[in-house]
Write a protein that binds this ligand. Sequence first.
Ligand code: FES
Length: 370
Amino acid sequence: MRHIPLIPLLELPENSHKSVLSGKKQIALFHYEGRITALGNCCIHEGGDLGQGFIQRLDDGELYVACPWHGWQYNLKSGKAPHGYEDRQDLYDVIVENGMIMVSEEPVKKAFRAAHAVDPLADLRNLEYQTTMKSLNVLGISTTNMNRDLARPSTSETALQSALDFAASEFGAATKMIKIRDLDFRHCEGYYSRHEKACTWPCSISEMVPEDGMSDVYRAMVLWADAVILATPIRWGNASSLFYKMAERLNTVQNQITIHDKVLIKNKVASFIITGGQDNVQGVAGNLNSFFTDLGFILPPFNFVGWSRGWIAEDTENNYNAFFRSRYVKRSVKELVTNTLRLVIQVKHMDVADLHTPKPDISEAGTLLE
Ligand code: FES
């Protein structure tokens, strides 16, 4: 077996690890418990840099490196994933000669990624769209928050329900309502900030926890919906915090454009219902419009219903009644739905095979280190 010199032993003191280039291959070297070991550096999940991983001792008493991107773990001595998983990382033989760390030219055990009998995210991974030329699927997303046991009337959510009812009765649409407050889901954990490719589709959090509530949103928004009508209250001049919690997790959709020039949302239309005791309807609408076009949605003309009683309306107990006495609200919700669904019907015929995305592309980013 031929070994290749990598670095002097002095450069890898006890209790340290690093990645080293060997020809065209990156090797992760580890020096723990008096032993030097070498694994392929590129994590078999999505390519994370194991040389920058975290060393952890697991229940079996062995040391593992946890990938810094999403935490997949590999035994330092065998390259194997923890008990219960078949996956393994490339394992190299190591010798030290004349103070030089040398590793085998080829791995003595090759990396292996086990196929899972059941992939709970297969429909997302394979983009199994449920829309057709004839479908008229309208997804309502309510982002208002409230105590589940002490439900209160919500202007935005009630208007959204009216919009869905009108879409069903007047257009024969199939409708679905997702109340974000009913979903248990983790905050975006910012893997993008570690590396742009660490933000994956499907979202790595969904891969870790398939029952994470955002999987419902991904399925409904990306695979099922022709139109999305999102309703939000105005909170401190902005959309609700639940909207932002959801929006951050939708980075996985937008990031596909940046990294792979892959647009997941095509021929879909978005519109909004924005209500609040105090004002900033236009500010919220501008924010929502910008975000949803960045995902790939198309916006109809006059695509939001806004309602506010203004800065001094501290008698909030009157909001709900005032909202539903308003002839403007009744009319505008119907017109919002009409504009939205008319556009859906038109865009179904739009050829988006080579949709242009004038967004930053990772290949254009360069690096500050250049
Ligand atoms: S855990 Fe290594 S890239 Fe995802």
